[in-house]
Design a protein around this ligand. Structure first.
Ligand code: GDP
Ligand code: MN
Length: 392
């Protein structure tokens, strides 16, 4: 689950990280009021940032500075309602604009290769970090935390030195790196990214400047499977931006993942679903989705799943593969018949149901004139042929 910058910053603050204050605004008037607070408190300018769950807001024109409250309202009016990569901006973050001296990149991820939390840092932070990663991978430095010992101080210091930080900013960097690691652990996050982690100059009244490191941006992705362990985090889900398919799948209690192929798959059990996809590929087809309807799925779950599969316009054929254990074959067959009655488009389908109540399922499906198969090989082969428009 991705969360908005403002919420990600709250999670960083909770771990004691240096994050400049902000307010969230939903209308130009709210932007103006928020801007006035920061300007009255001594800010020279304010920054207004689109809150959308995609990267590259800066390049898309979703991050702008303003020098007065009135200008902030104008900028707010421009950004609110703006379309960024297909998402409409509904809220913005407003804060005192930082005077940036240099931008670094710092991110923590779960590195599946090493099976560890890995911290990545670069002196080339900012909006071009993806380009840097592509063109000059050596500019990204990494350290991996030990699963038992955690991220150790010397590792964070090594990382800071590698990106060129020295006293007096090295120790603050170490604290921030350890804080990112702590944020990963405390929230079961998959990703915690601060880009830019910036050296900013703060000016005293006499004009002298002091430099400090602050988290100017924050991006956090939470592990969906970990959400149950952190009740408060569910509230951070931004329903404005959730993919309708994901929302529906969550309601149905199924695991549904869109893929690029043309064969819709409905299977019970994650392992069987993967095997089914393998066989589809083996026979020369491409699965349109991964779908595990779970154990003991009722007919309404089956019908709802079918609706999700058919909503994908790429789907040319459907393969249903059920190994009935707790799931009853006749219940699935009833769901398929129910779904056919509600279907808005005709797509060829092949159904294989074995196990619990398979005979009853076969009777129901035969009466409703469904195309069936007995083995998974046969079912996959047929589905691939159907997806390519072959005659039945
Ligand atoms: P992103 O493009 O979605 O990653 O959004 P960021 O929050 O990272 O902002 C993009 C860029 O805008 C940053 O890399 C900075 O260069 C600039 N920026 C963001 N906040 C400030 C600020 O407070 N002051 C100044 N001067 N620039 C900022
Ligand atoms: Mn950024």
């Amino acid at each position: 689950m991705k969360i908005q910058e403002a919420d990600a910053k709250s999670l960083l603050l909770a771990q004691g990280l240096p994050v400049p204050p902000w307010k969230v605004a939903r209308t130009p008037a709210e932007v103006e009021a928020a801007a006035r607070t920061f300007l009255d408190a001594g800010a020279g300018r304010v920054v207004i940032k689109a809150q959308v769950l995609v990267g590259g807001r800066g390049k898309a024109g979703g991050v702008k500075l303003a020098g007065s409250a009135v200008e902030a309202a104008e900028v707010g009016a421009q950004i609110l309602g703006m379309d960024i990569k297909g998402i409409t901006v509904r809220k913005v973050l407003v804060g005192a604009a930082a005077e940036i001296v240099k931008e670094y990149y710092l991110g923590a991820i779960i590195d599946r290769g090493s099976r560890r939390i890995t911290l990545m840092a670069s002196a080339e932070g900012g909006v071009e970090i993806e380009e840097v990663a592509r063109q000059d991978p050596a500019a990204i430095h990494r350290v991996s935390a030990d699963p038992l010992l955690g991220l150790l101080g010397f590792q964070a210091r090594t990382l800071g030195l590698a990106i060129g930080l020295r006293d007096p900013l090295l120790n603050p960097f170490v604290a921030i790196a350890l804080g990112l690691y702590a944020t990963m652990k405390a929230n079961d996050a998959d990703l915690v990214e601060v880009n830019p982690l910036a050296i900013v100059a703060e000016r005293a009244l006499d004009g002298t400047a002091t430099q400090s490191l602050v988290c100017l941006d924050a991006k956090i992705t939470l592990d969906d499977s970990g959400l149950a362990r952190h009740k408060g985090l569910e509230a951070l889900r931004d329903l404005d931006e959730e993919d309708p398919t994901d929302a529906e799948a969550r309601k149905l209690g199924i695991n549904f993942i869109h893929l690029d192929g043309t064969i819709g798959c409905m299977v019970n059990g994650a392992g069987l679903a993967m095997t089914t996809m393998d066989l589809v590929k083996h026979y020369g087809g491409e699965p349109a989705n991964f779908l595990d309807i779970g154990g003991g799925a009722r007919h309404e779950t089956v019908a709802g799943s079918m609706k999700l599969i058919l909503e994908d316009p790429k789907v040319q054929a459907i393969l249903v593969n059920i190994f009935g254990g707790i799931t009853r074959g006749d219940e699935v067959a009833a769901g398929l018949i129910e779904a056919r009655g509600q279907q808005t488009r005709e797509v060829p389908m092949v159904v294989r149901i074995v196990g619990t109540n398979a005979a009853e399922a076969a009777r129901l499906l035969a009466a409703a004139k469904f195309e069936t198969a007995t083995s998974l090989d046969e079912a996959a082969e047929k589905a691939v042929a159907l997806s390519k428009g072959a005659a039945r």
